[in-house]
Design a protein around this ligand. Sequence first.
Ligand code: ATP
Ligand code: MG
Length: 295
Amino acid sequence: SFHQIRKHEILQKAHLGQGTRTNIYDGFLLVSKGNELEDDEPSEMNNNSNNQRVILKALDPSHRDIALAFFETASLMSQVSHIHLVFVHGVCVWESENIMVEEFVEHGPLDVCLRRDKLRISAGWKFTVATQLASALSYLEDKNLVHGNVCAKNILLARKGLEERSSPFIKLSDPGVTFTVLSREERVERIPWIAPECIQNVSRLSTAADKWSFGTTLLEICFNGEVPLKERTPSEKERFYEKELGLPEPSCKELATLVGLCHNYNPAGRPSFRTILRDLTQLHPQGVCRSSSLL
Ligand code: ATP
Ligand code: MG
């Protein structure tokens, strides 16, 4: 279950992009001053500085199963509260529209930042991001909740942390339409993020799948937003998993070991996020709270 938002409470602005069966818009969640706002009053009239900047994720017109999966994601995000998880205000269901209303995260997605600012990004910065991500996933693991779509694109930067003595601050975005209802082609497109066991059988989605995706996200971070297997065709990607091949290793030995543990083709063999978080903190104790260039 999630909070229902009424159509007149949101204001849609510029189109920001497209996601998996979604269109993303900039917008505002309008906050009424007291109770003077009548239900039928045009929302533009409500000129209130408490209005919150949000992004609006409008689901494409879809089959009922897809809409239900979208609502499930909204419910998942409504159940959680963590500094490194994005805040979902609720969903606006209006006529045939389903719009998820989510906190606007100022500095956009991590993959773009990694590619754009690679020359300014230190190893310490990368460790901080990895540690914050592991802490959010460890929180979900403790609650027995699965994210299902961990990738650099779905990590948003609330603070860039590129200036002297500042550090990044990330928020993991919602997973969107769960891949369990997507087509096989769409799942194959998610190689190498999607766990191998989830290609054949979507019911294998579990916390272990998030660990695989975490490993691939670590690679994106290490390789400045370059995606392994990007140039491969869908059938080449599928064959890669079938042959149980290994993805390229990052030059940092400790991280390479961690990625290797996450990329175990046997889901049961992957370490817990609690262990991953401990390992990351031991590798780089300052990673949690400040950026440095120790490595
Ligand atoms: P998917 O389920 O595949 O992740 P999606 O609907 O979440 O799909 P994305 O591709 O993740 O769509 O996001 C599209 C773009 O919208 C991103 O590149 C980013 O620029 C922007 N965006 C998404 N969420 C936010 C947010 N909370 N704050 C600011 N910008 C965002
Ligand atoms: Mg997304």
